[in-house]
Design a protein around this ligand. Sequence first.
Ligand code: NAP
Length: 479
Amino acid sequence: MSEVPQGPFVDGEFVSARVHEPRPMINPASEEAWTSMSNASTELVEASVQSASRAFERSWRGLAPGKRSRILFEIANAIRKHAARLARLESRNIGKPIADARDEIALGATVFEYYAGAIDKFCGETIPVGRGGLDFTVHEPLGVVAAITPWNFPFPIACWKVAPALAAGNCVVLKPATLSPLTALVLGQLAVEAGLPPGVLQVLPGEGGTVGAMLAHHPSIRKISFTGSTEIGRRMMAAAAVDLKRISLELGGKSPNIVFADANLERAADESPMSVFANAGQDCCARSRVFVERSVFDDFVERFVSAAEALRMGDPLDPQTQIGPLVSSAQREAVLAYVEKAQSDGRKVLKMAQALPEKGFYVSPTIVVEPAISDPCWLEEIFGPVVCIRPFDEEGEMLAEVNRTSYGLSGSVWTQDIGRAIRISRRVEAGVLSINSHSSVHVQAPFGGFKQSGIGRDLGMHALHGYTETKNIYVGETE
Ligand code: NAP
C-alpha cells in the first residue's frame, strides 16, 4: 500500500487517468512541498457519480443489514490498524499536532463502530390507523450522497458523513478540501479492502468551485452533506433548491464561553485556552468570545494568560506539541489581519510568550482584552488562535450580547449554580452547549448549529434519520 495517495479513488482503486496535472502539497510546518496531488477532472466526476448510482442499485441498497453492519465494523478495524499511518499523514498534510491527529483517527473508527452497531437498531413504527389493517414505516436510503468536507478536521468529519450514510444504505461521493485530501483517500482504500463493494464510496480530490459545485448541482445526487464556511453553505443551499436535494449544513461559529463569579475559576481558566487555541484555533466550536463576570474578570484573565503561556507550540510531529502551525500562509495572513486591526484600534492585545519556530505558518496564541462589541475580532469567525475576553455585569445584557451573533454552534457555561447553568444554557441560541466543560463532540449525541451555523445534525441517531426518507406502507385487511 503506497504511503501517500496522489490522486482520486474511484471504483475501488486509485486512478491516474482523467485527472489534472499534479499540484504540490505544502507541509505547513516546513513550508516545503512534500508530495503532490492530482485533482479529478469533470469527466471523472461524472463517471464516478454514474458508477456510484449503479453500485447503489446493484450492490448496496439491497444488502442485508447484518452484512452492511459487518462491513462497517471491518472498516473501523482497518482504521484502527492503520491509525499510525493515518495520523502521520494528517499531521504532515495540515500541521495538526500528532497527538490530536491520533485522537481524531480513533474518533473516526469509533464513528464507524457506532453506526455499524446502529444498523439493526434503526427501526420504523407500526401505527394504529383509523381504518384498521396494518400501517408501518420503513427508512429508505436516499441514493447517492455528496459529502463535502473542510480542512480543519478532515478525517473525523469525513467519517461523520460517510459512516451514517453507508449505514443507511446510501452510496457516497466524498470531496475532501483541496488542502487536506490525504486521509479521506486512504479511508476509501481501507473501506474497499475491508469489504465495501467498489463504487459505493468514491473519493474525489478537487477544487470546490469545480468538483464541489458539480456534485452540488448533479441531478443524480440526492443529498448534499456539507461542512464548511457559512458563505459556501449558502451556495450549497441554493444549489440544492434547484431539484430539492436533501441537505445538511455544518457551518461556522463564534461561540461564547460564559464564566460566572461562582465558577471553579481555576478549572475554567486552566481549560479555556485549549477551548479556543486547540487546532491552532481552526475549530468551528472554538470558544472565541469569553464573557467573564466583572468581579472576577482580572483574576480570570491573569489565570487564562498563565495557562495559555504554558501551552507547547512547535513541530506537529512532536508528541508533546499542543499547538501547531495554521494550515496555509493565506490562513496565517487572514488571522494576523484581525490582530493588526485590533492593535491599530488601540485595543489591549496580549501575545503569548512562546517563541515562534523559524519556519512554518505559526501564529502566537493571542488575547484581545475588552474589545469593543463592534470590533471585527469580537463579531467574526477568525479561525486562528485569537480569543476576545470581555467583562459583564448583568445576566440579561450578557445573554443579549451572546445571542447577537448570526452564528449559533456551541458554547460553554461555568457556574456552580445548577439552576443558573440550566437557565443560561436553555437561552443561549446554539446547538451544542457544555456546562462546566468545553466538550462539544460526542459520537452518540447530535451535533450541529442554530441560525447561520447550519441546518440538520451530524452524529448520533439524528444523523441516520438525515440519510433516509421515511416511507409509510399500509396493508389493507383482506376480509
Ligand atoms: P469552505 O471554504 O467553505 O470549504 C469547505 C468545503 O467546500 C471544501 O471542500 C471546499 O473545497 C468546498 N467548496 C468551496 N467552494 C465550493 C463551491 N462553490 N461548491 C462546492 N464546494 C465548495 O470551508 P473551509 O475553509 O474548508 O473550512 C473552514 C470553515 O468550516 C469554517 O467556517 C468552519 O467554522 C467550518 N466548519 C464547520 C464545522 C461544523 O461542524 N459546524 C466543522 C468544521 C469546520 P476547497 O477546499 O477546494 O475550497
